[in-house]
Design a protein around this ligand. Structure first.
Ligand code: TXA
Ligand code: MG
Length: 333
């Protein structure tokens, strides 16, 4: 049984005691729901991989209530301090060298010499992290390779019976995962995953941030950044200018006549923040309803490539990528 806990002081206290005892608690952040475990307890971390069916070579992000707590586990450089100052608490993850005193289990860090750290902004998440007072490893609370959950009902759809509890803090406000920046080489900061902090916002603080040019540029550093992920059951067709009668349409912008019998508009007035917040619920809902109607695939309208549009397109590209059953190895988180 998975308990549903309200984000009240007593619900948060219960969630904290489950985590300290080595249990698994999913909790809302401003990006997506995370599946949390005490990052310093190897057995607790191992349960995350089991519950998600996640490949074991994929390292996890450690979450903290404050930058000071995060910076006890890694060695921050000047850029880390500047980015933390600008964007924490918030949807930014920093990859830094592990500190000599780092207590994170090797399983959570995948034995790497670096560690991903993040301070989320969601109030219930911060209260929980404060009470647990230990680093909490938390990947998105979905089965590996599937659509990330942005409310507690999605978490239960994915993981009911496989985790101890879900702390329900309502829908996630940002709706796409954190931006991941590799700062292990202070001379060459690198954007590993576009996310809730936009490239334009990052460049205002870090003008020389590098964008990986190829997959192989990213893969050794961020093993989770592989091919198929965020996958609905139905195939996905990108940049669709017109949808057909056998397709569901994930639309963006002013509604237009379409043959598609089912439409989910990410944002009728073309607002990318609204679109990001509605993306994963839209994919999940269309997938359910379109399959019930016997439709063939999900067509997706073009998304503008600025601001949160980059993070949205990144998730859609991977939702449309070849699946494991197509003969491609699944290594997505
Ligand atoms: O918004 C988020 O970041 C959510 C919430 C729950 O915080 N978490 C999340 O975790 O998206 P996950 O596990 O789904 O994605 C973490 C990404 C993966 O692509 C992983 O490979 C990468 O971060 N990563 C983790 N540690 C790393 C490291 N030491 N070096 C490079 N990449 C790392
Ligand atoms: Mg994930």
């Amino acid at each position: 049984m998975t308990r549903r806990l309200d984000a009240t002081p007593s619900g948060i206290a219960t969630a904290a005691s489950i985590l300290r005892a080595g249990g698994l608690v999913a909790f809302g952040t401003e990006t997506v729901y995370g599946l949390g475990a005490d990052a310093s307890q190897p057995q607790a971390v191992a349960r995350i991989f089991e519950a998600k069916n996640r490949p074991r070579f994929n390292p996890l992000i450690s979450h903290f209530a404050h930058a000071q707590a995060a910076f006890t586990q890694v060695v921050p450089n000047a850029m880390a301090h500047r980015l933390a100052q600008a964007f924490w608490p918030g949807p930014l993850t920093l990859i830094l060298p592990r500190a000599p005193a780092c207590c994170i289990s090797d399983l959570a860090a995948d034995g790497l010499s670096s560690l991903a750290v993040r301070v989320p902004a969601n109030a219930a998440a911060r209260a929980l992290l404060e009470q647990v007072d230990r680093p909490i490893a938390a990947p998105s609370a979905n089965r590996s390779g599937r659509i990330s959950p942005v409310d507690a009902a999605h978490v239960l759809e994915e993981l009911e019976g496989r985790i101890d509890a879900v702390l329900d803090s309502g829908p996630c406000m940002v709706g796409v995962e954190s931006t991941v920046v590799d700062l292990t080489d202070p001379q060459a900061p690198c954007l590993l995953r576009p996310g809730g902090v936009t490239l334009e916002e990052l460049q205002a603080i870090c003008p020389h941030i590098r964008l990986p040019q190829t997959n192989s540029d990213v893969l050794p550093h961020s093993p989770g950044r592989l091919i198929s992920h965020y996958a609905p059951h139905l195939p996905v067709r990108l940049n669709a200018l017109h949808a057909q009668a056998d397709e569901a349409l994930l639309a963006f912008g002013a509604p237009r006549p379409t043959e598609a019998p089912l439409v989910w508009n990410l944002s009728e007035n073309g607002n990318l923040e609204e679109a990001a917040a509605r993306l994963f619920t839209g994919l999940r809902t269309l997938d359910h309803q379109a399959r019930a109607l016997g439709l063939e695939r999900i067509a997706v309208s073009p998304i503008p490539q600025h601001g949160l549009g980059r993070a949205i397109q990144d998730r859609l590209n991977r939702a449309a990528a070849p699946r494991p059953q197509d003969g491609v190895e699944d290594a997505a988180p």
